[in-house]
Design a protein around this ligand. Structure first.
Ligand SMILES: CC(C)(COP(=O)(O)OP(=O)(O)OC[C@H]1O[C@@H](n2cnc3c(N)ncnc32)[C@H](O)[C@@H]1OP(=O)(O)O)[C@@H](O)C(=O)NCCC(=O)NCCS
Length: 176
């Protein structure tokens, strides 16, 4: 399936809202409010427009990914990183590689912008194929009570997380 990945524009907001709603509708772990999280993040200082991407096929938005800025707070230092949340694909188009292309493109753009790592909370079986590992193996923990296997991190640049230890501080918008 031929898709184009591009930066989201204001005109996409409505379609992205409905896409996210549909994508998470049948996900048992979801609070079904991810579309509202995206609306809040777009207005926050953590928002990076170049890392808000849509996948488009024949003029229709079929996938979306948002990567925002966060900090990892160590005992003495804090480190810049990114949060991948959410990635979503129209349910009828799952399994066609759209999610993978969105993730790879978001990684490429993040590297271009000078970022070196990404943190996420997600399906333990999906993300390792892109190079994600359990975050605790780097000495990074998430500020929520969640299974370790769902808290993941990737080094976009070799050894980017060497010596980076601490607790992830999500933007306030994640908690509202
Ligand atoms: C997760 C999601 C974005 C993947 O998009 P996609 O375009 O279907 O993914 P791809 O085609 O690139 O990859 C398909 C693979 O992902 C796997 N996969 C999809 N959802 C998965 C899940 N919940 N747990 C484990 N693996 C999953 C499929 O089994 C398939 O594996 P295979 O390649 O070994 O057959 C999509 O399933 C989606 O929108 N899900 C609902 C929203 C969601 O859960 N988002 C992620 C939040 S962590």
């Amino acid at each position: 399936m031929k898709i184009t990945i591009r930066q989201e524009t204001r005109e996409d907001h409505k379609e992205v809202f409905s896409l996210i709603e549909k994508a998470f509708e049948k996900e048992p772990y979801s609070d079904h409010r991810e579309q509202f999280l995206v609306e809040r993040l777009r207005k926050s200082s953590a928002f990076i427009p170049q890392l808000s991407l849509v996948a488009e096929a024949k003029g229709v938005v079929v996938g979306y990914i948002l990567v925002t800025a966060l900090k990892i707070k160590g005992e003495r230092e804090e480190f810049d990183s990114l949060a991948l949340a959410p990635v979503a694909v129209l349910p009828e188009l799952h399994g066609k590689g759209i999610g993978a292309q969105l993730i790879e493109e978001a990684h490429r753009k993040a590297i271009e912008l000078g970022y070196t790592s990404v943190i996420l909370l997600g399906h333990a079986a999906y993300y390792p194929r892109f190079g994600y590992r359990q975050a605790h193996t780097f000495g990074i923990t998430l500020p929520f009570e969640v299974p370790k296997e769902n808290c993941m991190a990737i080094e976009l640049v070799a050894d980017a997380l060497k010596g980076v230890q601490g607790v992830v501080a999500y933007p306030q918008e994640f908690y509202e």
